[in-house]
Design a protein around this ligand. Structure first.
Ligand SMILES: Cc1cc2nc3c(=O)[nH]c(=O)nc-3n(C[C@H](O)[C@H](O)[C@H](O)COP(=O)(O)OP(=O)(O)OC[C@H]3O[C@@H](n4cnc5c(N)ncnc54)[C@H](O)[C@@H]3O)c2cc1C
Length: 407
C-alpha cells in the first residue's frame, strides 16, 4: 500500500468527523475519505437535542452559527404542550437547529484544522485480508493502510455489506422526508412535533411531523414514519408531507417548498458493529433513537468513543468499542425498538399518546425519556419511567411483534 495512517475513516458526516477531530487532536495520523464535495448536504431535520449540544461542546465546536432552541412543542390532536428542555442535569438546557450543510462543514473543517487529512470526492472501500482482518481502505487514488478503519458511511450501503454490518431485518427502521420553507416564525425557539399524523387512507402513522425553525428565514419541515406500521411499504412520504404541510400552513404562514422534498432512511439496528481492524459508528452502526429519529448525537458520541479507545490501545479498540457502546446505548435502543412495535398498533398508540401528553408533568417525562435525556446520576422520575417501560415492553414485546400488522 502506498500510504499508511493510524486511522482511516470512511465518511465525513458528524460521526466520521467526530472520530477525526478527537484522534487528530491527540496526535494520531488520521485520513478521512468523503465521497461528497465539501459542504455536501445531508437529508435531515437539522434538530439538535441538549444531548447533541453536549456532544458538540465536548468537541469544542462553537454553536454561534446555529439557531438556539429552548424546548419542544408537542402536539397530539388538539392538545398542545410547550415544554422547556430539562434543567439542572448532565446536559445543557438548550438545543439547536443547525442546517446540515453548515453543521457538517463546521465539523469536517474542525477535523482538518486538527490535522486530519480530509479528502473530498473520494470514495473508500475496506480492504480485508485472507484472515478476515480489515487492514486499510481502497480509494480511486490508491490503497491506504491503517491500524483502524472506521466505517462512518451513514445508513447501510455497500461498505456495510462488505463488512457484514447490515441492519437487522427483524428490527424496525424509519423513513423520513424533509423540505425547507420560508416562514415569519423561522426564529421560533421551540422545535415543534405533531405526534398525530395520518396517511392518505386515514391510517395513523407511528412517527411525527416536524417544524424545526432554522433562524435564517427558513424552517425545516418534515415527516418520519416507522416501519412497524400497517401499509408501510406503500406509504407515500410525499403525500404524507403534503398532508402535514396543510396542517401547519396557516399557523406557520409558510411559503412554497424551497427545494424538492427529499427522503432517506433511518437505520435503527446493525447485525455487527465491529470486527478485527474495524468499527462502525453513527448510522452505519444503526445508532438512531427509535423514539425520535435522532442520530446526530449518537454519531458524535460513538465517533468520539472509537477515537478514545483507539488512543488508549489500538489492539483492543474494536472489542472495547462494541462493549462500551453496548453499555451506553443498547438498553435504551432496545427499549426504543420495542416502543416502535408498540406504536405500530394504532389503538395502543392512541391510548399511549393520550397518556403521554395528558398532563404537563407527564409530558415533561415523555420529553426526557424520548430524547434520552435521562441523567444516569440523578435519574429521577424519567429514569424510573424508562426502567418501568423497559420491563413492561420486554414482557409485551413477543406479542407485539407477533401481532404486527402486515407491512
Ligand atoms: C429526513 C431525516 C431527518 C432527520 N432528522 C434528524 C434530526 O433532526 N436530528 C438528528 O439528530 N438526526 C436526524 N436524522 C438522522 C441523522 O441525519 C443521521 O443519524 C446522521 O446524519 C448520522 O450521521 P453519520 O455521520 O453517521 O452519517 P451521515 O451523516 O449519513 O454521513 C455519512 C457520510 O459518509 C459518506 N459516505 C458513504 N459511503 C461512503 C464511501 N464508500 N466512501 C466515502 N464516503 C462515503 C456520505 O457521503 C456521507 O457524507 C434524520 C434523518 C433523516 C433521514
Amino acid at each position: 500500500m502506498s500510504e499508511r495512517f493510524d486511522i482511516a475513516v470512511i465518511g465525513g458526516g458528524p460521526a466520521g468527523a467526530a472520530t477525526a477531530i478527537r484522534a487528530a487532536r491527540a496526535g494520531a495520523r488520521v485520513v478521512v475519505v468523503e465521497k461528497g464535495p465539501h459542504g455536501r448536504d445531508k437529508i435531515c431535520g437539522d434538530g439538535l437535542t441538549p444531548r447533541a449540544v453536549a456532544a458538540l461542546n465536548e468537541l469544542e465546536i462553537a454553536l454561534d452559527d446555529a439557531h438556539q432552541i429552548d424546548g419542544l412543542r408537542m402536539i397530539a390532536g388538539k392538545q398542545v404542550r410547550q415544554l422547556p428542555w430539562p434543567d439542572g442535569g448532565r446536559f445543557p438546557n438548550h438545543g439547536a437547529v443547525w442546517p446540515r450543510r453548515r453543521l457538517d462543514a463546521a465539523l469536517i473543517d474542525a477535523a482538518a484544522a486538527a490535522g486530519a487529512d480530509v479528502r473530498f470526492e473520494t470514495s473508500g472501500e475496506p480492504i480485508i485480508d485472507g484472515g478476515g482482518r480489515v487492514t486499510g481502505i481502497d480509494t480511486p487514488r490508491g490503497m491506504i493502510a491503517a491500524d483502524l478503519v472506521v466505517a462512518a458511511t451513514g445508513a447501510p450501503g455497500g461498505v456495510a455489506r462488505v463488512l457484514g454490518a447490515d441492519r437487522d431485518p427483524n428490527e424496525p427502521f424509519g423513513l423520513a422526508i424533509r423540505a425547507y420553507v420560508e416562514s415569519p416564525r423561522h426564529d421560533d425557539r421551540h422545535l415543534e412535533a405533531c405526534l398525530t399524523i395520518r396517511d392518505q387512507h386515514g391510517t395513523w402513522v407511528p412517527g411525527y411531523g416536524w417544524m424545526f425553525p432554522c433562524g435564517d428565514g427558513t424552517v425545516n419541515i418534515g415527516v418520519g414514519a416507522l416501519s412497524t406500521m400497517k401499509g408501510f411499504r406503500k406509504l407515500n412520504l410525499n403525500h404524507l408531507l403534503d398532508s402535514y404541510r396543510s396542517l401547519v400552513a396557516d399557523t406557520w404562514e409558510i411559503g412554497p417548498n424551497l427545494e424538492r422534498p427529499r427522503a432517506w432512511r433511518l437505520p435503527m439496528s446493525a447485525v455487527k458493529r465491529h470486527g478485527p481492524g474495524w468499527v462502525a459508528i453513527g448510522d452505519a452502526a444503526g445508532l438512531v433513537n427509535p423514539m425520535n429519529g435522532e442520530g446526530i448525537d449518537y454519531g458524535l458520541e460513538s465517533g468520539m468513543l472509537a477515537a478514545d479507545l483507539f488512543l488508549a490501545d489500538p489492539a483492543t479498540a474494536p472489542d472495547r468499542y462494541d462493549e462500551q457502546i453496548g453499555e451506553r446505548f443498547d438498553g435504551f435502543l432496545r427499549t426504543g425498538r420495542r416502543f416502535a412495535f408498540l406504536i405500530g398498533h394504532p389503538r395502543l398508540m392512541r391510548t399511549g399518546l393520550r397518556f403521554a401528553v395528558g398532563t404537563e408533568a407527564i409530558a415533561g417525562i415523555t420529553l426526557q425519556v424520548m430524547g434520552n435525556l435521562v441523567d444516569a446520576d440523578t435519574p429521577g422520575a424519567a429514569g424510573r419511567t424508562l426502567r418501568a417501560a423497559d420491563r413492561v415492553l420486554g414482557v409485551a414485546d413477543p406479542l407485539l411483534r407477533r401481532t404486527r400488522a402486515k407491512a
